[in-house]
Design a protein around this ligand. Structure first.
Ligand SMILES: *[C@@H]1O[C@H](CO)[C@@H](O)[C@H](O)[C@H]1NC(C)=O
Ligand SMILES: *[C@@H]1O[C@H](CO)[C@@H](O)[C@H](O)[C@H]1NC(C)=O
Ligand SMILES: [Zn+2]
Length: 326
């Protein structure tokens, strides 16, 4: 992996994936709408190619699957694949607050304004990948069964099998409203920096047996077990990670209505600035008010002391002229 950039210079770029998502540094963006999927529920009579390509298990997806909400443009699905660890360690690609999850699913889509994924992947707005973390839970996951039950038939690199269609959306979390969003890359060569990433906050649960099945069935080109097929996290290089929801320490970013996330890089830093200025302004205002109040108290106290003092009392009592004016 350290040598990828010799043959593929993009792999050494400054917008690479995966990344660690530091929730305290995400920017809450209320304008990030829920991800909406269409055509994801496939009939069993539609057969899908499932392949061990030596790096992952990949399920080819028909053109009918699309992202129809949450992104500014329309994206069509091409394939999904998984990343995992081993029996002794987790293997998600992204991490959250430094935590790696057991496994991760990536559903790869391309922008419908291009002729196909090959053409789309060289343009900055070419690809959209939906990512979700897989964890061990108490129950068997029926959607993942549709993939895992066939792994034993494609143990060797290059082997493939056709599997019946099912509801592909079942492989993703139920909640598509909560997610992180950032600009990144493919996590394998050629590492094109053309992926608008969505990483869901909700995780997907598989049984322990299912997770074991995933990490022990496939072999790579050296005929060793295909395990730990994740890329290490890459430097953010100053990129923003947006969150569609408010995390405890996240910074709030409010965009003018009707503006999409595609055009606000400059606005982000200036709204940051405006927030800081406001905070200082209110601080100063408070200090001035407190000072004025203290001065007022002090003045009144010293006036009262003057009244009490016998030397000054004469002055008060001799002010008869004020009575005349009334
Ligand atoms: C989801 O968000 C909650 C808090 O809002 C956080 O505790 C949790 O770690 C997040 N999980 C992921 C996978 O992002
Ligand atoms: C992603 O890149 C686009 C195009 O350069 C930019 O307008 C947008 O603000 C970026 N999004 C984030 C979350 O930084
Ligand atoms: Zn991937």
């Amino acid at each position: 992996q350290e040598h990828w950039n010799v043959e593929y210079p993009n792999c050494g770029g400054n917008m690479q994936s995966p990344i660690n998502i530091d929730m305290g540094r995400t920017i809450f963006s209320p304008d990030l709408r829920p991800i909406q999927l269409s055509g994801y529920s496939l009939p069993a009579k539609e057969k899908l190619r499932l392949k061990n390509n030596g790096h992952t298990v990949q399920l080819e997806l028909p053109e009918s699957l699309a992202i129809t909400g949450g992104y500014a443009q329309q994206y069509r699905a091409v394939q999904l694949h998984l990343h995992w660890g081993s029996l002794s360690g987790p293997g998600s690609e992204h991490t959250v607050n430094g935590r790696r999850f057991a496994a991760e699913i990536h559903v790869v889509h391309y922008n419908t304004k291009y002729d196909g994924v090959e053409e789309a992947m060289i343009y900055p707005d070419g690809l959209a990948v939906l990512g979700a973390f897989l964890e061990v839970g108490p129950r068997e996951n029926p959607y993942y069964r549709e993939i895992l039950d066939h792994l034993y038939k494609i143990q060797g690199k290059g082997e493939e099998v056709f599997v019946p269609g099912f509801d592909i959306a079942g492989l993703l979390p139920a909640n598509l409203k909560l997610y992180f969003h950032y600009n990144g890359s493919l996590t394998t060569p050629p590492c094109y920096q053309t992926v608008k990433w969505t990483v869901f906050n909700q995780t997907v649960l598989l049984s322990r047996d299912q997770m074991s099945m995933l990490v022990t069935h496939l072999r790579n080109d050296d005929n060793n077990l295909l395990q730990n097929n994740y890329r290490p996290v890459q430097n953010l290089h100053g990129r923003w990670v947006l969150a569609s929801f408010q995390t405890t320490h996240s910074v709030v970013k409010q965009l003018p209505p009707g503006k999409d996330e595609g055009s606000t890089t400059a606005g982000e830093s200036s709204s940051f600035h405006a927030g800081d200025v406001l905070a200082v302004l209110f601080g100063v205002l408070f200090a001035v008010t407190a000072l004025a109040f203290l001065l007022y108290i002090y003045k009144h106290r010293s006036q009262n002391t003057r009244l009490d003092s016998p030397t000054k009392s004469k002055v008060i009592y001799t002010a008869a002229s004020t009575e005349n004016t009334v």
